[in-house]
Design a protein around this ligand. Structure first.
Ligand code: ATP
Ligand code: MG
Length: 432
Protein backbone atom coordinates (compact mmCIF):
# COMPACT_ATOMS: atom_id res chain seq x y z
CA UNK A 1 0.00 0.00 0.00
CA UNK A 2 1.55 3.28 -0.98
CA UNK A 3 1.08 6.33 1.10
CA UNK A 4 0.83 9.73 -0.56
CA UNK A 5 2.88 12.26 1.31
CA UNK A 6 0.71 15.33 2.03
CA UNK A 7 1.85 18.43 0.20
CA UNK A 8 3.63 20.94 2.38
CA UNK A 9 1.76 24.19 2.84
CA UNK A 10 3.65 27.41 2.07
CA UNK A 11 3.19 30.87 3.51
CA UNK A 12 0.97 33.17 1.44
CA UNK A 13 2.78 35.25 -1.20
CA UNK A 14 4.54 38.28 0.21
CA UNK A 15 4.13 37.10 3.83
CA UNK A 16 7.11 36.14 5.94
CA UNK A 17 7.97 34.59 9.28
CA UNK A 18 10.12 36.30 11.88
CA UNK A 19 12.47 33.59 13.15
CA UNK A 20 13.89 33.30 16.69
CA UNK A 21 17.35 34.42 15.55
CA UNK A 22 15.83 37.65 14.23
CA UNK A 23 13.98 38.55 17.39
CA UNK A 24 16.96 40.37 18.84
CA UNK A 25 16.80 42.84 15.95
CA UNK A 26 13.08 43.42 16.44
CA UNK A 27 13.47 43.98 20.17
CA UNK A 28 16.45 46.26 19.63
CA UNK A 29 14.64 48.49 17.13
CA UNK A 30 11.56 48.56 19.32
CA UNK A 31 13.55 49.42 22.45
CA UNK A 32 15.47 52.23 20.73
CA UNK A 33 12.25 53.66 19.30
CA UNK A 34 10.42 53.46 22.63
CA UNK A 35 13.22 55.10 24.57
CA UNK A 36 13.64 57.96 22.13
CA UNK A 37 9.95 58.61 21.46
CA UNK A 38 8.81 58.38 25.07
CA UNK A 39 11.53 60.80 26.09
CA UNK A 40 10.00 63.23 23.59
CA UNK A 41 6.54 62.73 25.03
CA UNK A 42 4.98 60.23 22.59
CA UNK A 43 2.68 57.52 23.93
CA UNK A 44 2.31 54.08 22.41
CA UNK A 45 -1.10 52.93 21.27
CA UNK A 46 -2.65 50.44 18.87
CA UNK A 47 -5.60 50.23 16.52
CA UNK A 48 -7.26 47.10 15.10
CA UNK A 49 -5.97 45.42 11.95
CA UNK A 50 -9.43 45.59 10.37
CA UNK A 51 -11.12 48.90 9.59
CA UNK A 52 -13.95 49.99 7.33
CA UNK A 53 -12.83 50.47 3.73
CA UNK A 54 -14.29 53.95 3.69
CA UNK A 55 -11.74 55.11 6.24
CA UNK A 56 -9.05 54.70 3.59
CA UNK A 57 -10.98 55.76 0.49
CA UNK A 58 -11.86 59.02 2.22
CA UNK A 59 -8.37 59.74 3.54
CA UNK A 60 -5.59 58.08 1.57
CA UNK A 61 -7.63 58.64 -1.61
CA UNK A 62 -9.64 56.51 -4.01
CA UNK A 63 -7.06 56.90 -6.79
CA UNK A 64 -3.95 56.38 -4.69
CA UNK A 65 -1.95 53.18 -5.34
CA UNK A 66 -2.64 52.04 -1.80
CA UNK A 67 -6.40 52.13 -2.19
CA UNK A 68 -6.82 51.56 -5.93
CA UNK A 69 -4.42 48.64 -6.24
CA UNK A 70 -3.04 47.45 -2.94
CA UNK A 71 -5.82 47.26 -0.38
CA UNK A 72 -6.91 43.87 1.00
CA UNK A 73 -10.62 43.67 1.65
CA UNK A 74 -12.80 40.92 3.05
CA UNK A 75 -16.47 40.35 3.51
CA UNK A 76 -17.56 39.45 7.03
CA UNK A 77 -20.25 36.86 7.73
CA UNK A 78 -22.54 39.76 8.51
CA UNK A 79 -21.93 41.21 5.05
CA UNK A 80 -19.72 44.18 5.97
CA UNK A 81 -16.72 44.92 3.77
CA UNK A 82 -13.62 45.52 5.87
CA UNK A 83 -10.06 46.39 4.95
CA UNK A 84 -6.81 45.09 6.38
CA UNK A 85 -5.24 48.42 7.22
CA UNK A 86 -2.65 49.47 4.62
CA UNK A 87 -1.32 52.35 6.75
CA UNK A 88 -1.66 53.76 10.25
CA UNK A 89 -2.39 57.48 9.97
CA UNK A 90 -6.08 57.30 9.02
CA UNK A 91 -6.76 54.72 11.79
CA UNK A 92 -4.94 56.98 14.26
CA UNK A 93 -7.15 59.91 13.38
CA UNK A 94 -10.26 57.71 13.52
CA UNK A 95 -9.23 56.52 17.00
CA UNK A 96 -8.42 60.07 18.09
CA UNK A 97 -11.92 61.21 17.18
CA UNK A 98 -13.76 58.11 18.34
CA UNK A 99 -12.10 58.02 21.78
CA UNK A 100 -12.56 61.71 22.44
CA UNK A 101 -8.81 62.36 22.52
CA UNK A 102 -9.65 65.88 21.35
CA UNK A 103 -10.25 66.84 25.00
CA UNK A 104 -6.70 65.86 26.00
CA UNK A 105 -3.97 68.48 26.19
CA UNK A 106 -2.70 69.18 22.68
CA UNK A 107 -0.66 68.27 20.82
CA UNK A 108 -1.57 64.62 21.26
CA UNK A 109 1.59 62.66 20.50
CA UNK A 110 1.16 59.01 19.62
CA UNK A 111 3.20 56.14 18.17
CA UNK A 112 2.49 52.57 17.13
CA UNK A 113 4.40 49.53 15.93
CA UNK A 114 1.92 47.42 14.02
CA UNK A 115 1.57 45.26 10.91
CA UNK A 116 0.25 46.81 7.68
CA UNK A 117 -1.02 45.01 4.57
CA UNK A 118 -0.60 45.94 0.93
CA UNK A 119 -1.20 43.77 -2.09
CA UNK A 120 1.97 44.97 -3.77
CA UNK A 121 4.38 42.99 -6.00
CA UNK A 122 6.76 41.35 -3.49
CA UNK A 123 10.47 42.05 -3.97
CA UNK A 124 13.54 42.85 -1.92
CA UNK A 125 12.31 45.13 0.89
CA UNK A 126 8.69 44.96 -0.25
CA UNK A 127 6.21 42.64 1.44
CA UNK A 128 2.46 42.21 1.62
CA UNK A 129 2.52 42.19 5.40
CA UNK A 130 5.11 44.46 6.94
CA UNK A 131 5.50 46.39 10.17
CA UNK A 132 5.50 50.11 10.47
CA UNK A 133 6.62 52.28 13.31
CA UNK A 134 4.37 55.29 12.97
CA UNK A 135 4.61 58.58 14.84
CA UNK A 136 1.85 61.22 14.81
CA UNK A 137 1.51 64.67 16.41
CA UNK A 138 -2.06 65.95 16.38
CA UNK A 139 -3.12 69.51 17.18
CA UNK A 140 -0.11 71.70 16.46
CA UNK A 141 0.46 73.39 13.11
CA UNK A 142 3.75 75.04 13.95
CA UNK A 143 6.99 74.52 12.06
CA UNK A 144 8.63 73.17 15.19
CA UNK A 145 6.47 70.05 14.97
CA UNK A 146 7.55 69.22 11.41
CA UNK A 147 11.14 69.77 12.45
CA UNK A 148 10.86 67.72 15.64
CA UNK A 149 9.36 64.78 13.73
CA UNK A 150 12.07 64.85 11.07
CA UNK A 151 14.73 65.25 13.73
CA UNK A 152 13.39 62.18 15.58
CA UNK A 153 13.35 60.02 12.45
CA UNK A 154 16.93 61.05 11.75
CA UNK A 155 18.07 60.45 15.34
CA UNK A 156 16.38 57.07 15.44
CA UNK A 157 18.29 55.91 12.36
CA UNK A 158 21.47 57.26 13.89
CA UNK A 159 20.87 55.44 17.17
CA UNK A 160 20.32 52.22 15.22
CA UNK A 161 23.77 52.59 13.66
CA UNK A 162 22.40 53.66 10.27
CA UNK A 163 24.35 56.60 8.93
CA UNK A 164 24.51 57.84 5.36
CA UNK A 165 20.85 58.86 5.24
CA UNK A 166 19.53 62.29 4.36
CA UNK A 167 16.18 63.90 4.56
CA UNK A 168 14.63 64.70 1.20
CA UNK A 169 12.13 67.43 1.73
CA UNK A 170 9.58 69.48 -0.17
CA UNK A 171 6.45 71.51 0.43
CA UNK A 172 3.34 70.66 -1.56
CA UNK A 173 1.46 73.74 -0.35
CA UNK A 174 -2.14 73.76 0.80
CA UNK A 175 -5.65 74.15 -0.58
CA UNK A 176 -5.04 77.84 -1.29
CA UNK A 177 -1.93 77.65 -3.41
CA UNK A 178 -1.86 74.09 -4.70
CA UNK A 179 -4.69 74.40 -7.27
CA UNK A 180 -2.72 76.88 -9.39
CA UNK A 181 0.26 74.54 -9.32
CA UNK A 182 -1.87 71.53 -10.25
CA UNK A 183 -3.16 73.47 -13.23
CA UNK A 184 0.35 74.40 -14.37
CA UNK A 185 1.46 70.80 -13.93
CA UNK A 186 -1.52 69.47 -15.88
CA UNK A 187 -0.85 71.87 -18.74
CA UNK A 188 2.79 70.82 -18.79
CA UNK A 189 2.08 67.08 -18.91
CA UNK A 190 -0.91 67.43 -21.22
CA UNK A 191 1.34 68.85 -23.91
CA UNK A 192 3.68 65.88 -23.48
CA UNK A 193 1.14 63.17 -22.72
CA UNK A 194 2.32 60.89 -25.54
CA UNK A 195 5.49 60.23 -23.57
CA UNK A 196 3.67 59.29 -20.34
CA UNK A 197 3.21 55.68 -19.26
CA UNK A 198 -0.32 54.24 -19.26
CA UNK A 199 -0.79 54.73 -15.51
CA UNK A 200 0.32 58.35 -15.71
CA UNK A 201 -2.11 59.03 -18.57
CA UNK A 202 -4.82 58.15 -16.03
CA UNK A 203 -3.05 60.15 -13.32
CA UNK A 204 -3.13 63.16 -15.66
CA UNK A 205 -6.90 63.16 -15.25
CA UNK A 206 -7.23 61.97 -11.68
CA UNK A 207 -4.23 63.14 -9.68
CA UNK A 208 -1.56 64.84 -11.70
CA UNK A 209 0.69 65.39 -8.70
CA UNK A 210 1.34 61.69 -8.53
CA UNK A 211 3.00 61.66 -11.96
CA UNK A 212 5.97 63.18 -10.16
CA UNK A 213 6.18 59.99 -8.07
CA UNK A 214 6.20 57.62 -11.08
CA UNK A 215 9.10 55.19 -11.24
CA UNK A 216 9.02 54.74 -15.08
CA UNK A 217 12.08 56.18 -16.84
CA UNK A 218 10.10 58.15 -19.46
CA UNK A 219 7.92 59.84 -16.86
CA UNK A 220 10.91 60.54 -14.61
CA UNK A 221 12.65 62.22 -17.56
CA UNK A 222 9.62 64.42 -18.25
CA UNK A 223 9.22 65.30 -14.57
CA UNK A 224 12.72 66.82 -14.48
CA UNK A 225 11.56 69.88 -16.43
CA UNK A 226 8.12 70.15 -14.85
CA UNK A 227 7.01 73.28 -12.95
CA UNK A 228 7.92 73.28 -9.26
CA UNK A 229 5.59 73.81 -6.32
CA UNK A 230 8.17 76.08 -4.74
CA UNK A 231 7.31 78.77 -7.28
CA UNK A 232 3.62 78.55 -6.42
CA UNK A 233 3.69 78.50 -2.61
CA UNK A 234 1.72 81.36 -1.05
CA UNK A 235 3.33 83.52 1.58
CA UNK A 236 2.19 81.47 4.57
CA UNK A 237 3.23 78.14 3.10
CA UNK A 238 6.54 79.59 1.94
CA UNK A 239 7.31 80.93 5.42
CA UNK A 240 6.27 77.68 7.06
CA UNK A 241 8.65 75.76 4.82
CA UNK A 242 11.47 78.27 5.34
CA UNK A 243 11.13 77.96 9.11
CA UNK A 244 11.13 74.16 9.00
CA UNK A 245 14.43 74.29 7.11
CA UNK A 246 15.86 76.76 9.61
CA UNK A 247 14.97 74.43 12.47
CA UNK A 248 16.70 71.57 10.64
CA UNK A 249 19.80 73.71 10.05
CA UNK A 250 19.91 74.51 13.74
CA UNK A 251 19.54 70.82 14.69
CA UNK A 252 22.22 69.85 12.13
CA UNK A 253 19.95 67.45 10.28
CA UNK A 254 21.24 67.13 6.70
CA UNK A 255 18.53 67.60 4.09
CA UNK A 256 18.20 67.81 0.34
CA UNK A 257 15.51 69.94 -1.25
CA UNK A 258 13.66 67.75 -3.69
CA UNK A 259 11.17 69.92 -5.60
CA UNK A 260 9.49 66.84 -7.07
CA UNK A 261 8.93 64.91 -3.88
CA UNK A 262 5.25 64.17 -3.45
CA UNK A 263 3.73 61.37 -1.43
CA UNK A 264 1.45 58.67 -2.75
CA UNK A 265 -1.29 59.49 -0.26
CA UNK A 266 -3.86 62.25 -0.78
CA UNK A 267 -3.96 63.69 2.70
CA UNK A 268 -0.67 65.55 2.80
CA UNK A 269 -0.34 69.34 2.97
CA UNK A 270 2.75 71.53 3.14
CA UNK A 271 5.82 69.61 4.37
CA UNK A 272 6.53 66.17 2.90
CA UNK A 273 9.74 64.23 3.48
CA UNK A 274 11.52 60.91 3.15
CA UNK A 275 14.70 59.49 4.63
CA UNK A 276 16.69 58.12 1.73
CA UNK A 277 20.26 56.74 1.49
CA UNK A 278 22.79 59.25 0.16
CA UNK A 279 24.04 56.68 -2.35
CA UNK A 280 22.34 54.07 -4.55
CA UNK A 281 18.85 55.14 -3.63
CA UNK A 282 16.21 52.83 -5.10
CA UNK A 283 12.44 52.68 -4.86
CA UNK A 284 12.81 50.19 -2.01
CA UNK A 285 15.53 51.96 -0.06
CA UNK A 286 13.37 54.67 1.50
CA UNK A 287 13.21 53.90 5.21
CA UNK A 288 10.94 56.63 6.50
CA UNK A 289 8.26 58.74 4.84
CA UNK A 290 5.87 61.31 6.17
CA UNK A 291 4.56 64.82 6.24
CA UNK A 292 1.97 67.25 7.44
CA UNK A 293 -1.74 66.48 7.04
CA UNK A 294 -3.67 69.54 8.18
CA UNK A 295 -6.93 68.58 6.45
CA UNK A 296 -7.28 64.95 7.43
CA UNK A 297 -9.03 65.34 10.77
CA UNK A 298 -11.67 67.51 9.16
CA UNK A 299 -12.04 65.04 6.29
CA UNK A 300 -12.72 62.27 8.77
CA UNK A 301 -15.46 64.22 10.55
CA UNK A 302 -13.54 66.20 13.17
CA UNK A 303 -12.94 69.91 13.55
CA UNK A 304 -10.16 71.67 11.65
CA UNK A 305 -7.01 70.46 13.38
CA UNK A 306 -3.43 70.45 12.10
CA UNK A 307 -1.31 67.30 12.39
CA UNK A 308 1.86 65.68 11.08
CA UNK A 309 3.63 62.34 11.22
CA UNK A 310 5.78 59.69 9.59
CA UNK A 311 6.10 55.94 9.20
CA UNK A 312 9.16 53.73 9.12
CA UNK A 313 9.32 50.22 7.63
CA UNK A 314 10.80 47.92 10.29
CA UNK A 315 11.71 45.05 7.91
CA UNK A 316 13.64 47.50 5.75
CA UNK A 317 15.43 48.92 8.79
CA UNK A 318 16.49 45.44 9.90
CA UNK A 319 17.61 44.50 6.38
CA UNK A 320 19.90 47.52 6.26
CA UNK A 321 21.19 46.89 9.79
CA UNK A 322 22.20 43.39 8.68
CA UNK A 323 23.78 44.65 5.46
CA UNK A 324 25.81 47.14 7.47
CA UNK A 325 26.73 44.56 10.13
CA UNK A 326 25.34 46.68 12.93
CA UNK A 327 26.14 44.96 16.21
CA UNK A 328 22.99 44.05 18.12
CA UNK A 329 23.36 42.61 21.62
CA UNK A 330 21.78 39.22 22.28
CA UNK A 331 18.24 39.59 23.51
CA UNK A 332 18.51 37.20 26.45
CA UNK A 333 21.32 37.31 29.02
CA UNK A 334 23.99 34.62 28.78
CA UNK A 335 23.23 31.60 30.99
CA UNK A 336 25.53 30.99 33.95
CA UNK A 337 24.39 27.51 34.91
CA UNK A 338 23.61 24.33 33.03
CA UNK A 339 21.70 21.61 34.81
CA UNK A 340 22.74 18.09 33.83
CA UNK A 341 20.13 15.59 34.99
CA UNK A 342 20.72 11.83 34.85
CA UNK A 343 17.65 9.63 35.28
CA UNK A 344 13.98 9.83 36.15
CA UNK A 345 14.04 11.08 39.77
CA UNK A 346 16.51 13.93 39.03
CA UNK A 347 14.46 14.93 36.00
CA UNK A 348 11.35 15.23 38.16
CA UNK A 349 13.18 17.35 40.71
CA UNK A 350 14.85 19.49 38.06
CA UNK A 351 11.90 21.79 37.46
CA UNK A 352 11.56 23.15 41.06
CA UNK A 353 15.35 23.56 41.19
CA UNK A 354 15.26 25.45 37.93
CA UNK A 355 12.53 27.68 39.26
CA UNK A 356 14.58 28.56 42.35
CA UNK A 357 17.40 29.76 40.06
CA UNK A 358 14.95 31.85 38.07
CA UNK A 359 13.60 33.42 41.27
CA UNK A 360 17.15 34.17 42.41
CA UNK A 361 17.80 35.97 39.11
CA UNK A 362 20.41 33.47 37.89
CA UNK A 363 20.11 32.44 34.24
CA UNK A 364 20.01 28.64 34.03
CA UNK A 365 19.52 26.26 31.11
CA UNK A 366 19.00 22.53 30.76
CA UNK A 367 18.14 19.96 28.17
CA UNK A 368 15.47 17.71 29.62
CA UNK A 369 15.32 15.56 26.49
CA UNK A 370 18.92 14.34 26.82
CA UNK A 371 20.05 11.51 29.05
CA UNK A 372 23.80 11.12 28.65
CA UNK A 373 26.22 13.17 30.71
CA UNK A 374 28.50 13.59 27.71
CA UNK A 375 25.95 15.18 25.42
CA UNK A 376 24.67 17.47 28.18
CA UNK A 377 28.16 18.66 29.08
CA UNK A 378 28.77 19.33 25.40
CA UNK A 379 25.76 21.66 25.33
CA UNK A 380 26.96 23.32 28.55
CA UNK A 381 30.29 23.97 26.81
CA UNK A 382 28.63 25.38 23.74
CA UNK A 383 26.52 27.75 25.83
CA UNK A 384 29.67 28.94 27.60
CA UNK A 385 28.19 28.60 31.10
CA UNK A 386 30.43 28.89 34.13
CA UNK A 387 28.86 26.02 36.10
CA UNK A 388 27.42 22.63 35.31
CA UNK A 389 25.22 21.14 38.01
CA UNK A 390 25.28 17.36 37.83
CA UNK A 391 22.20 15.78 39.30
CA UNK A 392 22.12 11.93 39.27
CA UNK A 393 20.02 9.26 40.98
CA UNK A 394 22.35 9.16 43.96
CA UNK A 395 22.36 12.93 44.45
CA UNK A 396 18.59 13.02 44.14
CA UNK A 397 18.30 10.43 46.92
CA UNK A 398 20.85 12.13 49.17
CA UNK A 399 19.53 15.63 48.57
CA UNK A 400 22.81 16.86 47.10
CA UNK A 401 24.11 18.02 43.71
CA UNK A 402 27.54 18.21 42.10
CA UNK A 403 28.79 21.67 41.23
CA UNK A 404 31.38 21.70 38.45
CA UNK A 405 33.41 24.73 37.42
CA UNK A 406 33.49 24.33 33.65
CA UNK A 407 36.85 25.94 32.92
CA UNK A 408 38.86 24.01 35.56
CA UNK A 409 36.74 20.85 35.78
CA UNK A 410 36.89 21.04 39.60
CA UNK A 411 33.81 19.44 41.19
CA UNK A 412 32.31 19.63 44.64
CA UNK A 413 29.21 18.06 46.18
CA UNK A 414 26.82 20.61 47.68
CA UNK A 415 23.57 20.21 49.65
CA UNK A 416 20.64 20.71 47.29
CA UNK A 417 19.01 23.43 49.38
CA UNK A 418 22.30 25.37 49.53
CA UNK A 419 23.09 25.23 45.82
CA UNK A 420 21.42 28.46 44.72
CA UNK A 421 23.24 30.43 47.44
CA UNK A 422 26.54 28.76 46.61
CA UNK A 423 26.23 29.64 42.91
CA UNK A 424 25.26 33.21 43.77
CA UNK A 425 28.23 33.50 46.15
CA UNK A 426 30.70 32.27 43.54
CA UNK A 427 29.25 34.57 40.86
CA UNK A 428 29.50 37.51 43.22
CA UNK A 429 33.14 36.76 44.08
CA UNK A 430 33.99 37.29 40.40
CA UNK A 431 31.48 40.12 39.94
CA UNK A 432 29.52 38.09 37.38
P1 ATP B 1 7.20 52.85 -1.55
O1 ATP B 1 7.42 54.05 -2.40
O2 ATP B 1 8.47 52.14 -1.14
O3 ATP B 1 6.11 51.93 -2.01
P2 ATP B 1 5.31 54.14 0.11
O4 ATP B 1 5.33 55.51 -0.38
O5 ATP B 1 4.25 53.21 -0.32
O6 ATP B 1 6.71 53.44 -0.16
P3 ATP B 1 4.65 54.77 2.83
O7 ATP B 1 3.25 54.37 2.67
O8 ATP B 1 4.95 56.19 3.01
O9 ATP B 1 5.50 54.12 1.67
O10 ATP B 1 5.31 53.91 4.01
C1 ATP B 1 6.38 54.39 4.81
C2 ATP B 1 7.47 53.34 4.90
O11 ATP B 1 6.93 52.03 5.11
C3 ATP B 1 8.29 53.18 3.63
O12 ATP B 1 9.29 54.15 3.57
C4 ATP B 1 8.87 51.80 3.83
O13 ATP B 1 9.98 51.83 4.72
C5 ATP B 1 7.73 51.07 4.49
N1 ATP B 1 6.98 50.30 3.48
C6 ATP B 1 6.00 50.74 2.66
N2 ATP B 1 5.51 49.76 1.88
C7 ATP B 1 6.20 48.63 2.24
C8 ATP B 1 6.16 47.25 1.81
N3 ATP B 1 5.29 46.84 0.87
N4 ATP B 1 7.02 46.38 2.39
C9 ATP B 1 7.88 46.79 3.35
N5 ATP B 1 7.98 48.05 3.79
C10 ATP B 1 7.14 48.97 3.25
MG1 MG C 1 4.07 51.77 -1.89
Amino acid sequence: MSKIKPKQIQSAKGMHDILPEDQKYWRYVQKKAETLLEYYGFERFSTPILESVELFTRSVGETSDIVAKEIYTLKTKGGDILALRPEGTAPTVRAYLENGMNVRPHPVKLYYIDPMFRHDEPQHGRFRQFYQLGVETIGDGSEAVDAELIFLAYKLLESLGLDGYSVQINSIGDQNCRPAYIKALRDYFKNRSKKLCATCKVRLKENVLRILDCKEEGCKELAKEAPQMMDFLDEQCRLHFKHVLEFLDEAKVPYILNPYLVRGLDYYTRTVFELVPDENATAQSTLVAGGRYDRLIEQLGGVKMPAAGWAMGIERIIMVMKEKNVHVPDASPKPKVFLVQLGEAPKRKALPLFESFRKAGVEAKSSLGRDSIKSQLRIAHRLGVRFALIFGQREALEGTIILREMDTGVQETILLDKIVDEVKKRLKERHE
